[in-house]
Design a protein around this ligand. Structure first.
Ligand SMILES: [Zn+2]
Length: 403
């Protein structure tokens, strides 16, 4: 095993190295071609953009994304040689730059393969440049924090701490501080990243501001961001300290004022219940659990003098953490979504308006309203069908789907 690794990392001839890297890229392209065919087939058979887009989402989430993660591992081994010579600074570049370049080549190529099909089904007109920009930003948002946290041990070496206890404290505290810093700083750039402008609508502004007054929270800044070309209907709230609320102009253009009010009332619910802050606490809780288990295992080894098998140790630490931070976190998100819907009803949004607002959101985005239960477990939001059912349950109102 070590021999193979040694060969892959150091001694493999360059022509073979580049052929293998090319192969890793082509595997991802090939997969996208298969996905495109399948999505087109669904679209031809059903003539439903919702069904075709749901198929595409499922392929993206469970097939293409996983394939990217799987192919990035051998890629890292194949290119590590080129960064090793730069010493520790090389490691930082390596952990961010190499995956970034690879993911850009893969994702932009995949975009070129699926783009025409996607635009035809959804009727979007977004420019290629703007789509590539979005891809680059998304990849950076994932890689930069991973790279920074991965290099914390390197930073600790620079500070050159003598005290072992201090070292441990910094190792524990750094990722937590980074997560909070990231969430404090990022919202400042949100208006620029989204190219958002102040929401100035004489009819809408008083209506929406009234919601914040009613909820007893300070009025946040309201923005609208351009999404007509990509046909994205959405609203979101960011900011731990100074919240900002964003509404996409595609939704503003296509929804009635009372529907927009309902969607924003949901966002007010997130603010009122301090959901953003609680999400961070949830993640920090997971990190603390990892440190605690690691600490206990070390204590066990010192106390009994027995050594825990490395793989077993890793499994004990990582398996619960990964479940907690993936399925657990998603479940927590969905619980918050339900709470936010509940809050919207509490501050006076009529259930029938809430339901039509949600259905309009789904229709504009071409999202399927029903999901199967297993699939739903991997989503940040409950399906529209489930949200509507919950609203009906709370309010006692029965929505007539034939309207
Ligand atoms: Zn929400």
């Amino acid at each position: 095993m070590d021999k193979i690794l040694d060969f892959v990392i150091f001694t493999m001839p360059n022509w073979l190295r580049f052929t293998l890297i090319l192969l890793l890229i082509l595997i991802n392209y090939g997969a996208e071609i298969l996905v495109k065919r399948s999505v087109l087939k669904v679209y031809r058979e059903t003539e439903s953009a919702e069904e075709a887009m749901n198929k595409l989402r499922i392929y993206n989430q469970y097939f293409l994304m996983i394939l990217q993660i799987i192919t990035i591992v051998p890629l890292e081994f194949l290119v590590v040689k080129y960064f090793a010579r730069f010493g520790k600074p090389g490691r930082i570049i390596f952990m961010i730059l190499a995956p970034f370049v690879f993911l850009m080549i893969v994702n932009v190529g995949q975009l070129l393969i699926i783009n025409k099909t996607y635009k035809r089904i959804r009727g979007t007109t977004e420019s290629l440049f703007s789509q590539i920009r979005d891809i680059a930003l998304t990849i950076l948002f994932i890689l930069v924090p991973v790279g920074i946290i991965g290099n914390i041990s390197f930073l600790i070496d620079i500070i050159n701490l003598k005290s072992g206890a201090m070292k441990n404290i910094i190792t524990v505290a750094m990722p937590i501080i980074m997560i909070f810093l990231f969430n404090l700083i990022l919202p400042v750039f949100y208006p620029k990243l989204l190219k958002a402008v102040n929401l100035e609508d004489e009819r809408l502004s008083p209506l929406l501001n009234g919601l914040f007054d009613q909820a007893g929270i300070k009025r946040p800044k309201l923005y609208q961001w351009p999404t007509k070309e990509k046909k994205l209907a959405n609203a979101l709230v960011t900011g731990l300290v100074k919240p900002k609320v964003f509404i996409s102009d595609y939704y503003l253009e296509n929804a009635e004022p009372n529907e927009i009010e309902a969607i924003i009332a949901h966002e007010v619910g997130h603010l009122k219940h301090k959901h953003l802050f609680k999400r961070l606490l949830y993640i920090v809780g997971g990190l603390c659990e990892v440190y605690l288990v690691g600490f206990l295992m070390e204590w066990y080894e010192n106390y009994t003098g027995k050594e825990i098998n490395t793989y077993l140790g890793l499994a004990i630490i990582l398996v619960p953490f990964i479940l907690y931070i993936s399925l657990g976190l998603l479940r927590y998100y969905r619980k918050q979504e339900k709470k936010a819907d509940e809050f919207a009803l509490e501050i006076g949004i009529k259930p029938e308006v809430m339901i039509t607002a949600l259905l309009k959101l789904a229709r504009l985005n071409h999202t399927a309203t029903k999901l199967n239960k297993l699939d739903e477990g991997f989503q940040t939001h409950p399906s529209m069908a489930r949200r509507i059912k919950e609203i009906e349950k709370i309010s006692g109102y029965k929505y007539d789907h034939n309207l």
